[in-house]
Design a protein around this ligand. Structure first.
Ligand SMILES: C[S@@+](CC[C@H](N)C(=O)[O-])C[C@H]1O[C@@H](n2cnc3c(N)ncnc32)[C@H](O)[C@@H]1O
Length: 230
């Protein structure tokens, strides 16, 4: 099932910018701007090594690169890799991008100061796969390195499109005029302690959340946040 989930996810995300061209952004998520201001939690400063896992159209990666971080990126969708590489070339910024083929990463142990995984891990589909990725994050982070992650909050409108298939895995069964995600399998827990427990290996774990209702209830975007120190 794991490979099937990845294949479906890749298929969906390859078409993402054709279906939602407005999501091809040059500016970052404002929550990340705030987190990286160092006024809420401590984030290693540039030129630290930073990995953006599932970087999408590269908008957050551009922000990190312009701040002076040594930037690395992982994606499953070739189209998003191409678009992001083009943006970096145009802006004359440096980035090292790899396509994700397997769920283990081709980086040495203790390599990164920061890993950002912004609204990605739920697309892995199962708790086992999410745990495996979190183990990889832990392995490739340096001691005292920081993981900054967001994933689904129970208020997220996506829950209204879900059918539970067991063990906190859900299938998106309702179509939406706004995306092509019907058919995807997602992992999501409504229980925040259960989410926090996935990061038990880390020495410090903080939970947060953000929520947006921009006048369209079907698109309420609520995410739980994790800040974890190795
Ligand atoms: C909601 S988008 C978030 C993109 C970006 N992080 C952002 O915040 O704008 C989810 C991203 O996860 C990527 N993705 C989906 N399945 C993945 C997987 N198994 N491993 C890594 N990335 C994946 C998708 O290609 C897509 O770019």
């Amino acid at each position: 099932m794991a490979d099937q989930i990845n294949r479906k996810s890749k298929e969906v995300w390859e078409k993402f910018l054709k279906i939602q061209p407005e999501a091809n952004l040059m500016f970052p998520d404002e929550n990340l701007i705030k987190i990286f201001s160092n006024r809420y939690v401590e984030v290693p400063k540039p030129p630290a090594k930073l990995l953006d896992h599932g970087f999408g159209s590269g908008n957050n990666l551009i922000f990190f690169a312009t701040k002076g971080y040594e930037c690395y990126g992982l994606e499953i969708a070739e189209d998003l890799i191409r678009v992001t590489n083009e943006k970096f070339e145009k802006l004359n910024l440096k980035v090292d991008i790899k396509e994700i083929i397997e769920d283990s990463f081709d980086y040495e142990d203790n390599f990164f100061n920061i890993i950002v995984s912004w609204n990605v891990i739920h697309y892995l589909g199962t708790r086992e796969k999410v745990m495996k990725i979190i183990d990889e994050f832990y392995r490739i982070l340096k001691p005292y390195g920081v993981l900054i992650l967001s994933t689904l909050h129970p208020d997220n409108a996506l829950f209204n499109r879900f059918e539970a298939i067991g063990d906190n895995s859900y299938k998106i069964v309702e179509d939406s005029p706004y995306d092509n995600r019907k058919g995807l399998i997602m992992y999501a827990t409504k229980n925040k302690n259960e989410l926090k427990d996935l990061f038990l290996k880390f020495s410090t774990v903080k939970l947060g959340f953000y929520s947006n209702d921009l006048f369209l209830p079907e698109r309420i975007n609520s995410a739980r946040l994790i800040y974890a120190i190795k």
